[in-house]
Design a protein around this ligand. Structure first.
Ligand code: HMG
Length: 428
């Protein structure tokens, strides 16, 4: 069987963010609590027109353009999300339409809190391993808007964004160790998002305990599987699910302690093996399903070249809860290819919101779910959610992929509502 894994990655984030020093000041908290206590710097904040479908579509469009893959290559499209826009119609169905994917395509949405994207990735790997792909590749997109109520401990750990991945045979970035993943599940109430509200509820400190218990068990199961298969468990780097950077640090020290490594050696290992994966996540915040894969993108962006040929670990955690520890080998040439994907570009050129703007956005974030949006401004070459009209969600489909140049952050011309209205008319 040829190697199977992650062939290419692209990110999308909203056009604006909140600097967490501003949030700390407004909430009367020392900014060191956020910067050093939680290891977070900025959190991405979505405008009403930047819903999870739009974030997914922007990441996937960027991925198709940067990776050189065509919509016609895709035979499976899975969207992992815990920010669904409908009980029945999945985000993957909107994505299928917005990207002009082929009719002969298996399309579905996958949910288990932050684990939904990993469930999609592993389903894609199995689809290829089974031979059902017949030469085609899978598109897996993780998309979410992380929301907690204002003035709660979870508020500085919000974020928003999407990560799109091509999963294929003979991947150009990461060959996954197929069949060696260590799984874990337990019914807990650590974090949940009831159907009648957009904001998550959580038992914050308990959720940390649940995450670490899941890591203990899933890591043990992965090591056992590797032992049975005669696979070396030495890991050059490990990427963790990153609700906030400090959680990944706690996780790494916890994992090392399970192997009897503590103190200065463990601290040095964190700096060497995990820190670079937290760079991009610290600028976007928790993006739920995509957080682990933004960490992977950060690692490949900063260190892809150095770790070619080496095995890395990945830990995915979804509250509620389930988890998987799995691994893969960074492919030869991955460093140069990751550089060509310009993974960090979407995080450049964003607008810094004031606290007043952030709070106004939070107060009005539901409006687009019931009526057409009023005046909005969106960057050129991006998708936009135009609100709900006649009980249907309406999206602006901009230039087809064939006519697009590579999206470069958010610096395109601003298109105004009149052009979006025209796009809307074309869609309807
Ligand atoms: P909190 O209770 O306000 O914070 O919220 P704290 O008092 O625990 O302080 C946090 C850290 O800052 C501590 O360090 C303090 O010592 C330190 P630690 O003991 O953890 O090493 N600190 C300071 N450091 C420097 N200068 C200071 C200062 N003050 C304090 N002045 C909490 C923290 C994580 C509970 C909150 O943000 C929260 O509820 N977040 C949401 C839940 C969450 O992210 N859980 C993570 C695990 S569950 C998960 O990852 C799944 C999830 O992504 C959802 C999904 O699966 O769908 C959330």
């Amino acid at each position: 069987m040829p190697p199977i894994g992650i062939d290419a990655v692209a990110l999308a984030v909203p056009t604006g963010y909140l600097e967490l020093t501003d949030l700390a000041k407004a909430r009367g908290v020392p900014s060191t609590k956020y910067h050093e206590g939680l290891l977070v710097t900025r959190m991405a904040v979505a405008q009403p027109y930047e819903d999870p479908v739009v974030l997914a579509a922007n990441a996937a469009r960027r991925l198709l353009i940067t990776s050189g893959r065509r919509p016609a290559d895709i035979g499976l499209c899975v969207v992992g999300t815990e920010t669904a826009v409908d009980h029945a119609k999945p985000i993957s169905a909107y994505l299928h339409g917005l990207l002009n994917l082929p009719e002969r395509c298996r399309v579905f949405e996958s949910k288990h809190a932050c684990f939904g994207g990993t469930a999609g990735l592993l389903a894609a790997v199995d689809w290829i391993a089974s031979g059902a792909n017949r030469g085609r590749v899978a598109l897996v997109v993780c998309t979410d808007i992380a929301r907690y109520a204002m003035n709660t401990p979870g508020e500085p750990t919000q974020g928003a964004g999407a990560v799109a991945m091509i999963v294929s045979a003979n991947p150009r970035l990461l060959a996954i160790d197929v069949g060696l993943g260590g799984s874990y599940a337990r019914d807990v109430h650590d974090f949940w998002r009831p159907l009648n509200r957009k904001e998550a509820l959580c038992d914050g400190h308990y959720s940390i305990t649940c995450y670490l218990a899941a890591l203990t068990s899933a890591y043990g199961a992965w090591k056992e599987a590797c032992g049975e298969a005669g696979v070396n468990v030495e890991l050059a780097r490990t990427c963790y699910h990153v609700p906030y950077g400090k959680m990944a640090r706690k996780a790494h020290l916890h994992r090392l302690a399970l192997d009897g490594i503590t103190g200065a050696e463990a601290e040095a290992s964190f700096t060497r093996e995990v820190a670079s994966s937290l760079d991009l996540p610290s600028l976007a915040g928790n993006i739920y399903t995509g957080s682990l894969y933004m960490a992977l993108a950060s690692l490949l962006h900063l260190e892809g070249h150095e770790i070619e040929g080496r095995r890395i670990g990945l830990f995915s955690y979804g509250s509620g809860c389930t988890a998987e520890f799995f691994s893969g080998r960074v492919v030869a040439g991955a460093g140069a290819f990751a550089r060509s994907l310009q993974l960090a570009a979407p995080l450049d050129g964003r607008r810094r919101y004031t606290m007043d703007e952030y709070e106004a956005l939070r107060r009005h974030e539901d409006q687009a779910d019931f009526a057409p949006l009023g005046s909005i401004e969106a960057p050129a070459d991006a998708m936009a959610f135009l609100g709900v009209d006649g009980e249907r969600r309406v999206y602006a489909r901009l230039a087809p992929i064939e006519e697009s140049t590579m999206p470069n952050g958010h610096l395109g011309n601003v298109i105004n509502i009149n052009k979006l209205q025209a796009a809307k008319l074309r869609l309807l």
